[in-house]
Design a protein around this ligand. Sequence first.
Ligand SMILES: N[C@@H](CCC(=O)N[C@@H](CS)C(=O)NCC(=O)O)C(=O)O
Length: 217
Amino acid sequence: MIKLYGFAPSFPVNRVRLCLNAMELEYKFEITNPLAGECQTEEFLKLSPAGKVPAIDDDGFALFESNVIMKYLCRKHKSDFYPGDITAQANVDKWVDFTTIHLGNGIAKVLFNKVVAGMIDADIDEQSLKDGYAFIERFLSVIDKQLGTSTFLASNSMTIADFCLLGTIDPAEVLEIDMAQYPHVDAWRNKLMQESFYKKMHNSYGEMLEKMTAEMA
Ligand SMILES: N[C@@H](CCC(=O)N[C@@H](CS)C(=O)NCC(=O)O)C(=O)O
């Protein structure tokens, strides 16, 4: 059975969880918390040499990088969530990379400064926080425009680009992103959050984080 290494607040990990759930693949979630040093063990570094989650072990085949894992799973199980047609696939790749590189970078900056810094007693970098919000505003607006033209991010069918975006934007409320500014993303997201592949992960990012923080206290 597939083993997925990661922990619940990690948005790259959650991209893979959404994909596994939507594909209805059985997997074991091996909780591995980088904030507790659990990614620096000799055993974990064999799976993921930079000590980052997510990583998977699929019956002895080890892989890291969230988007690569989703593509691997779809190819292996012949899922249309990553279409084989060359132009359809290029469209998916385009939105996966755009979401990851531009929006994801902004989310990571804000998430670190607003949530993670407090957990590990690190200083808040005000400039990084400001840059993060600026990236989010600039790039989420582009995604909003795109979602005004199609039902899902890359086309009218759901693909891994949707899992990538849904995972990335999952902490929106916790990060105080005003989703009303992005009505197409907001409507798309509210619909997908009702789906069982999302509910199987958690009811909301905020609820999950609150529960986790209470357990740590
Ligand atoms: N590009 C990677 C990013 C993974 C990543 O940054 N994971 C964070 C958690 S959200 C991590 O493991 N950080 C631990 C560290 O950097 O030591 C992916 O998409 O899988």
